[in-house]
Design a protein around this ligand. Structure first.
Ligand code: SF4
Ligand code: SF4
Length: 135
């Protein structure tokens, strides 16, 4: 098992320093890899990163919600393909400075299947740039 970062990630990297096995990698290029990614083969499921995330974007893999109900004003980030109405955003979200290539602020009440965000982690470290990032 591993922990998973979801589209609620706004790339502020607040979680990275606490990881004892240094398995968290910021996705680049952002247009293709919009979040921070956790290497499933290295993560030891310690949970230390979870409380560090200001946007509650990180879940144990088995607890990623398929029926996440957005609260009003929550931000999500994703690729243009998966979030076609998204726009670049630079500003403060809950007191933290963020800069995003493609993001959207939700009205609230939207139900999101965040389990769709699991597979990109495996892809990032098998065929994506994460393959080399942890060498
Ligand atoms: S759960 Fe622990 S090992 Fe896994 S990414 Fe978070 S801090 Fe790192
Ligand atoms: S702390 Fe949360 S929002 Fe910030 S990079 Fe980590 S997962 Fe993403």
């Amino acid at each position: 098992m591993t922990h998973i970062v979801t589209r609620l990630c706004l790339r502020d990297t607040a979680c990275v320093e606490v990881c004892p096995v240094e398995c968290m990698v910021l996705g680049l290029p952002e247009a293709e890899w919009p979040w921070l990614y956790i290497d499933p083969d290295t993560c030891i499921d310690c949970g230390a990163c979870v409380p560090e995330c200001p946007y509650e974007a990180i879940f144990p893999e088995e607890e990623v919600p398929f029926d996440y109900e957005a609260t009003a004003g929550v931000w999500i980030a994703n690729t243009k393909e998966l979030l076609p109405d998204g726009k670049p955003f630079e500003g403060e979200v809950d007191g933290h400075a963020v800069k995003l290539l493609n993001a959207a602020q939700l009205a609230g009440g939207e139900v999101l299947d965040l389990t769709e965000d699991i597979t990109p982690h495996y892809d990032f470290f098998s065929e994506g740039p994460g393959y080399d990032a942890l060498d």
